[in-house]
Structures are given as C-alpha cells and as structure tokens.
Design a protein around this ligand. Structure first.
Ligand code: PHE
Length: 468
C-alpha cells in the first residue's frame, strides 16, 4: 500500500507527464528513424502503427492495471500473485495454490524485465553521452563557429571510447541524483519541466526541416508503403520497437500504475500515452528524414542521427542555434526516459528489499556504469569485437529489444489476463458512465488472450528464420 503522499501522483497531469516522459525518449528520435530506415520506410511505419494499437496499447493498459491493483512494482506484484506475499486472495482469480513451476515463472518474469531495464539503461546512457557531446560541441561553436566540424566530431567521439565512458558517467550521475530524491521531485517536477520544452522545440524544428526541398521525398519514404521492402525480421523489429517506445515489458508502466490514484481511468491513459508517443515518433521522423535526404546520406545504423543532423546543420541558416535546440531537445528526451528506467529498478528494489531510494539509485547507477563499459568502448578499443556481424552496442540493442523484450512483455500480459481476478480487471475497465466500456473490456481480454500470442510467436519465428 502507498505509505506516504510521495508514493501517489499528486495530479493526473503528473502521471501523464511521467508516463509520457518515460515513453518519449531516444526510442522516438534516435531508434525509430534508424529502424525505419533499415526496414525500407512506409510499409514498416504502417506495420509499426498497427502494432502500437493492436498489441502495444492493450499491453500497456495491462501493465498499468497490474501496478494499480497490486499497488506495487512488477516484482513484488508478481510475488503477491504467486503467494509469496500477503494480499493474494484479493488479487488472484484462482483459489488454488500456484504450482512450483508457475511460481518459478513468475519470479523469473520479474527478473527478466529488470535485467532488460538494467542493460538498456546502460547503453541508453552511452547514447545519451553522444547527445551531450554534440550539444556541448554546438554550444562552443556558437561562440567560435570555426570549431564546428560535424564529421570530425562524430569520428572523434567514436574513436575515443574513454570520452564516451566519461559522458556516460555524467549522464548516469544526473539521472541518479534526480531519481535519488523522492518521487515528487524526481519525476513529476523534472519531467514536467522537460516535456513542454521539447514538444515546442520539436514543432519548431520539424516545421523548419519541412521547408527543405527534400521534404517531399522524405515524406514519401516515410509514409508511402512499399511492402516489397519488408523482410522476414521486420515484424519482430516492429514489435520490439513498439514495446521499447511505449516502455512496455520493462515493468516501468507497472511502477507508474502503482502510483496512480484510485480514480484514474486506465484505458484512456493507455490510449493517450500510445497516441501521443506515436505522433511524436512520426513528428520526429518528419523532422529527421528531410535532413537525411537533403544531405544525400546513406540510411544506416545507430549512428544515422549523429552522422546526418550535425553534418547538415552547417549548411542551414542559423544552423548552430538549430542544432543546439535539437540536441537539447534530444537530451531532455533521453533524460526523461532514463529517469523512467532507473525509477523502475529502484522502485522494485525498494519494495522487495526496502533499500533507501537514494542508496538504491546510486548503486544501480554504478552497476550500469560497469555494464556500459563494453558498449561505450565498442567503436574504439573493442571495435574488433563483433557479435553476429554487429558491434557490441548494436548487438545488445537488437538482442534485447527484438528478442528479450517481446518475450517479457508477452509473459507479463499473460499473467495479467489469466491470473488477475476478473472483477478487479472489469472494475478498472467498465465505467457505468461510458456506454462502450463493457465492450472495450471484452476486446481487451480477447486481444491479450487470443491475438497477442500468435503475433509474438510468428514474429519471433520469422526473425529466427531470417537470422539462420
Ligand atoms: N520508451 C523509451 C524510449 O522510447 C525507453 C524506455 C523504456 C524508457 C522503458 C523508460 C522505460 O526511448
């Protein structure tokens, strides 16, 4: 149960800002464009949007619901369901004691999600460090424009793993300090300050970018579906990215759900977060692709954003200011998401082991720093280390997001739809004042029980075939 006022969101806006702040991050600005580019554009975008609303949103609602009814983060909520914690009978549908195998699964679903969160936070911090680097380069260049060398900046950064590691640690420190303070200060305020700033910046930047001659071609690439460009792995990549961008499968939405007040109506919350996150991704795409096409850049991997945007800034009128705004926006987005990731681990740890918030945040950040050493050095000292033909950072990103995350998200959704007490779920969904809400509940359960399984399994099998 919430033990102090700081464990419940004070306002509905506070919840939305935190949930959207966690959903909107590098996934929208850095990952979405490069995954879209790798999968040929429009058809992939269409697939992605379909999956957001068919699978991502119902899963997101399920995670919020689990957190809200259990009043706990993922691991302790699963412990309650498995009978290892009190309050079991109020939550679980079945009165039969779970088998040993089911208990084992429940325990390990929580572990898998937290493992994914930890490793993602580590390489997320590396990319956030890249963003910091470009931001600082641009700020310095405003005073002395001759110092701005887009290609040189990226090469310097990629060859200098220790610089990356340093910037990673700066980012982790900032995140740990914010999360280490209590929730109100840690989440609502910071994310609250950041969100409006980057939405405004994004609008201004996208409008500016759409005025480039290349905008038409870029929009065609982004929105015209050419299904021949999809490959066998596209479904899995789209699914993985949907979960990544909506922060589903990590358990962080369970944590946010546990901070929700009684009155919040979850389906609406899920719909708003999914819609806004998708709009922001498309908006980010509309901002980035004209720049990419404008520079005639080859669409490529995780460096896409950093390869193109700074390079193009120098040809644009007011480019340096444009660039400072862009990287500030990107940094704020990655900060909001990193806060969501760390908050998730700390909340779980606090609830299971009663570790103080500040110590928890500090220790997890130190752990992440060590995990980040490999990805941070992957383009320099460890550049010879290739796994499955990819560098370490790219490999980790693909393995976790395309494989582990869909599995974790699917397992959490199954726990929700099969194990939670029906009346509890129905209560959350069915609002007597909303005529369609009973039907909505049936659809939601149907998607979770009958649709999501085949989609996830087919996606994973196709990916497997593709990789053999
Ligand atoms: N959704 C975030 C993004 O798109 C990543 C994230 C996942 C953040 C899980 C918090 C929790 O960048």
């Amino acid at each position: 149960m919430p033990d102090s006022k700081s464990t419940v969101f004070e306002t509905r806006l506070g919840f939305y800002l935190a949930a959207i702040g966690s959903a909107f991050g590098l996934g929208n600005l850095w990952r979405f464009p490069y995954v879209v580019a790798q999968n040929g554009g429009g058809a992939f975008v269409l697939l992605y949007l379909l999956l957001v609303f068919l699978i991502g949103m119902p899963f997101l609602i399920g995670e919020l619901l689990l957190g809200k009814v259990a009043r706990n983060s993922l691991s302790p909520a699963l412990q309650k369901l498995s009978g290892e914690r009190y309050q079991v009978r109020e939550l679980r549908q079945s009165t039969v004691e779970p088998s040993w195998a089911l208990k084992f699964c429940l325990r390990n679903i929580g572990r898998l999600s937290l493992f994914i969160t930890l490793v993602v936070l580590a390489y997320y911090a590396v990319i956030s460090g890249w963003v910091l680097h470009f931001f600082m380069q641009l700020v310095v260049s405003i005073f002395d424009p001759s110092r701005f060398h887009p290609d040189g900046s990226l090469r310097f950064l990629l060859e200098n793993g220790w610089l990356q590691l340093f910037l990673t640690s700066v980012h982790l420190m900032i995140v740990a300090v914010i999360v280490g303070k209590d929730l109100e200060f840690g989440l609502e305020k910071w994310v609250g300050y950041c969100m409006p700033v980057f939405v405004i910046l994004l609008i201004v930047l996208a409008v500016q970018s759409m005025s480039l001659q290349s905008a038409n071609e870029a929009l065609r690439f982004l929105f015209y579906p050419d299904f021949a460009k999809l490959n066998l792995a596209s479904l899995g990549q789209a699914l993985g990215h949907v979960f990544f961008t909506l922060s589903v499968g990590f358990g962080s939405m369970v944590t946010f759900g546990s901070y929700l007040r009684e009155k919040a109506y979850l389906p609406m919350a899920g719909f708003r977060v999914s819609t806004l996150d998708s709009v922001l991704s498309l908006w980010a795409g509309a901002m980035i692709f004209p720049l990419v096409v404008y520079g005639g850049a080859e669409f490529s991997g995780p460096q896409l954003l950093f390869q193109t945007v700074p390079h193009l800034l120098k040809d644009l009128p007011g480019g340096l200011w444009f660039g400072v705004g862009f990287f500030l926006c990107l940094y704020l987005a990655s900060l909001g998401a990193s806060i969501g990731l760390l908050e998730n681990i700390v909340a779980n740890w606090r609830e299971v082991r009663r570790v103080p918030r500040s110590r928890g945040a500090g220790l997890v950040a130190v752990g992440c720093f060590f995990l980040a050493v490999g990805p941070a050095l992957s383009s320099s000292v460890l550049s010879n280390l290739r796994v499955g033909g990819r560098g370490l950072l790219e490999f980790l990103d693909a393995a976790l997001i395309n494989w582990c995350l869909p599995i974790a998200a699917f397992m959490i959704s199954q726990v929700v739809c099969w194990m939670l007490k029906t009346e509890l779920m129905r209560d959350e969904f069915v609002d007597p004042d909303l005529p369609g809400s009973a039907k909505l509940y049936k659809h939601w359960i149907f998607v979770l029980r009958d649709i999501s399984g085949p989609v996830v399994v087919i996606a994973l099998i196709l990916q497997l075939i593709n990789s053999i």
